[in-house]
Design a binder for this molecule. Structure first.
Ligand code: UDP
Length: 334
């Protein structure tokens, strides 16, 4: 297939490109390189530097490359940052995505995979855990809302296509916390700024930053710190390939992508200390706004329907995978 990967120079997108190339697809990447890295776009994928919301550029790309499927990864993805600058998040994640979908509509691309997030669930009640896809979506951060808005747009757009007899279907995988790096050691997670827990603790372990701040120790969780479901990036992109193949006209598919169990922030810190053998400093500080106490997936829907299951579910394995990349690339892609 001819696949357009938006955000293909970013962390998850670059791993998806690698996987698509391995499967023999023809890949075009659209990335503004704001947070992505040109070096992360593996040949022979073609890199087009531009905005997802540039409808003229996107329409031309979709037409010229005869794109069969758009995988839309490009987004800003930090909860804390979205609280500080919500307009930026809505412009970038919501408005630009609507422009992208408009271009898809005009050209008549039939398949789309949209990166959604467990942040769309907000702060689920205890009895909703582990989270099923049917859990009510009440996001508590601008990031979560900027993504949920696009799920709604896609549902409405796909329904309108169905009514018109226009072939279009989409899948919106809702990611839990994606971590790790590719097995071959070429790709990894390189964000500036970096605020995600696993990279931050590993950078502390490697002496690349002074210790770690632990946000909130007074949550109603067993050890008082937040619980998340850490899914390995290669497992995650495997799911995308399955989704792309499965999408049929009229499809409006949503799936939780996680391993199905949660780890606390303290458990991740302990894991990083075990994996690296380094006892770095941890400072306990107040909660970070926008962080729900507990999010972990009930991933059986995608397992039942498409046979996907995370191959890596041991937290030390996920952390070790990321650790090896940081050890080999202390300056990221630089
Ligand atoms: N976290 C932390 N210190 C950090 C970064 C993150 O204590 O330096 C916590 C954060 O408050 C959350 C969890 O780790 O409870 C996962 O945060 P991350 O930013 O990795 O992912 P998110 O769940 O926000 O998408």
């Amino acid at each position: 297939m001819n696949v357009l990967v938006t955000g293909g120079a970013g962390y998850i997108g670059s791993h998806a490109v690698q996987r698509l190339l391995r499967d023999g697809h023809t890949v075009t990447v659209l990335d503004n390189l704001h947070r992505g890295h040109a070096q992360a776009v593996l040949p022979p994928a073609e890199l087009i530097v531009g905005e997802v919301g540039d409808t003229m550029l996107v329409e031309k790309t979709l037409t010229d490359r005869k794109i069969d499927c758009v995988m839309h990864f490009a987004a800003l993805a930090y909860v804390g940052e979205s609280v500080e600058d919500p307009l930026w998040y809505y412009r970038n994640n919501t408005l630009q995505s609507i422009n992208l979908i408009s271009a898809i509509d005009r050209v008549g691309v039939q398949k789309m995979v949209f990166s959604s997030t467990c942040a769309t669930y907000g702060e689920p009640a205890e009895d909703q855990l582990p989270l099923r896809e049917t859990c009510p979506q009440h996001p508590i951060s601008p990031y979560g809302r900027s993504k949920l808005a696009i799920e709604h747009v896609l549902f409405d757009y796909a329904r309108a296509c169905e009514l018109k007899g226009k072939p279009f279907g989409f899948a919106a995988p809702r990611y839990f916390n994606v971590a790790g790096a590719d097995r071959s050691g070429v790709l990894g997670e390189d964000h500036t700024p970096e605020t995600h827990l696993i990279p931050v603790v590993l950078q502390a372990a490697l002496g690349l930053r002074d210790g770690v701040k632990l946000f909130g120790t007074d949550y109603l969780t067993p050890d008082g710190t937040c619980i998340r479901d850490y899914v390995h990036v290669e497992d995650l992109v495997d799911a995308h390939v399955l989704l792309m193949d499965a999408i049929q006209p009229g499809d409006r598919r949503v799936y939780n992508l996680g391993i199905g169990r949660g780890y606390s922030v303290r458990e991740i810190i302990e894991s990083a200390k075990r994996v690296s053998g380094v006892d770095f400093d941890v400072e306990e500080v107040p909660r970070r706004e926008g962080d729900p106490p507990s999010l972990y997936a009930e991933p059986s829907k995608i397992s039942r329907e498409l046979g996907w299951k995370a191959q890596i579910s041991d937290v030390d394995e996920v952390v070790a995978s990321a650790y090896h990349w940081y050890r080999e690339h202390p300056k990221g892609y630089e």
